[in-house]
Ligand binder design. Structure first.
Ligand SMILES: Nc1nc2c(ncn2[C@@H]2O[C@H](COP(=O)(O)OP(=O)(O)O)[C@@H](O)[C@H]2O)c(=O)[nH]1
Ligand SMILES: [Mg+2]
Ligand SMILES: [Zn+2]
Length: 313
């Protein structure tokens, strides 16, 4: 039999049984299924094909096709399905950047979540910026909390922080500019205003706001899936439907500190290599904590991740 022509495309949506693929930057959508044996191969991930994947497919009629191959991923964001689970889920792949949306209150984003997410971005080579959202709520009483936040994540850890508000439109032109010609994932826990912010960037998307949290959805059929949306002002964005926590995956104990930029800078000066920066003498990271170059909050997150990783050994 003559071998069939294959086409290259990007997965823009996964709906359970089907994958919508498109020849970006065009927007010709073809509905695909997976070739059977593709399901079996591959990693520990529960999903063999993720949004953002570059795939090869064969046409079956005009608007239908069969995915025959997933091309190597430039990067991806992966999370444990639940905290106790060994199974992992690839959220999205081939990302140019991630915006981690966090809030100080309503809801308060836990440092633990932020640090786990940032570690995953570092481990899987995804550039990340922090959007401190709902900035319209920042009354003078937030001054101290804000300065602590900047000290931990900007001054010490080195991340860029941009204050945003979908409500007051704060810094939206900056975000639009950053999104141009790129594929960006907007992530963060439920309720921080991701969908609202994306709607403010492009009202034509009209994403659902105030969705129920992951916790309440458990056991029920859910219709929220990851999806790539074209932004009117250029670029593509992926919203994250309600996540509550973030379980780390496939990170070795000895390399964990490499994914804390402020520790990575110091660890060549540790006496021992590898050093876990816990019990070892002459540890540059522990000295960094004492001198305040590494914040105690991030060091504690590091220790708790280390402990958790040990549990699964
Ligand atoms: N004060 C304020 N509330 C916001 C803002 N953005 C979203 N919200 C509210 O926060 C809740 C959750 O918003 P949503 O966009 O669904 O958050 P998501 O779960 O992260 O997608 C809704 O009640 C929104 O009205 C904002 O910039 N300022
Ligand atoms: Mg949402
Ligand atoms: Zn050390």
């Amino acid at each position: 039999m003559e071998s069939q022509k294959t086409y290259k495309a990007t997965v823009i949506k996964h709906t359970g049984s089907h994958y919508l693929v498109s020849d970006l930057p065009n927007w010709n959508i073809v509905t695909c299924v997976l070739r059977g044996k593709l399901r079996l191969k591959g990693s520990s991930a529960t999903n063999p094909v993720a949004v953002g994947d570059h795939v090869l497919y064969q046409k079956e009629g005009d608007k239908r096709g069969v995915i025959t191959k997933v091309l190597p991923r430039k990067n991806y964001i992966i999370r444990k399905s639940t905290n106790l689970s060994r199974q992992a889920h690839i959220i999205a792949s081939n990302l140019d950047q991630v915006f981690l949306i966090v809030t100080l209150k309503f809801p308060e984003t836990k440092f633990e979540f932020i640090d786990r997410f940032l570690v995953t971005c570092e481990a899987y080579n995804v550039p990340v910026k922090i959007l401190l959202n709902k900035a319209d709520l920042f009354t003078p009483e937030y001054k101290e909390a804000l300065s602590i936040f900047y000290e931990i994540y900007h001054e010490s850890a080195g991340y860029q922080i941009i204050e945003t508000s979908g409500k007051s439109q704060l810094n939206l032109p900056t975000i639009k500019e950053l999104c141009k010609d790129k594929i960006s994932l907007f992530s963060g826990v439920s309720g921080v205003g991701k969908s609202s912010l994306i709607n403010s960037l492009d009202p034509s998307l009209s994403l659902k706001v105030g969705e129920i949290s992951e916790y309440h959805k458990q056991g029920k059929h859910t219709t929220t899936f990851y999806e790539i949306h074209p932004l009117a002002t250029g670029g593509y964005i992926i919203d994250t439907p309600g996540i509550k926590g973030f379980g780390l995956i496939e990170i070795e104990e000895e390399e964990l500190s490499h994914y804390f930029p402020e520790m990575l800078e110091l660890l060549p000066n540790c006496r021992f290599a590898p050093c876990t920066h816990t019990h070892e003498p002459n540890c540059a990271v522990k000295e960094g904590v004492e001198e305040g170059r590494v914040t105690i909050e991030r060091y504690q997150s590091y220790l708790s991740m280390l402990e958790e990783e040990e549990k699964y050994r």
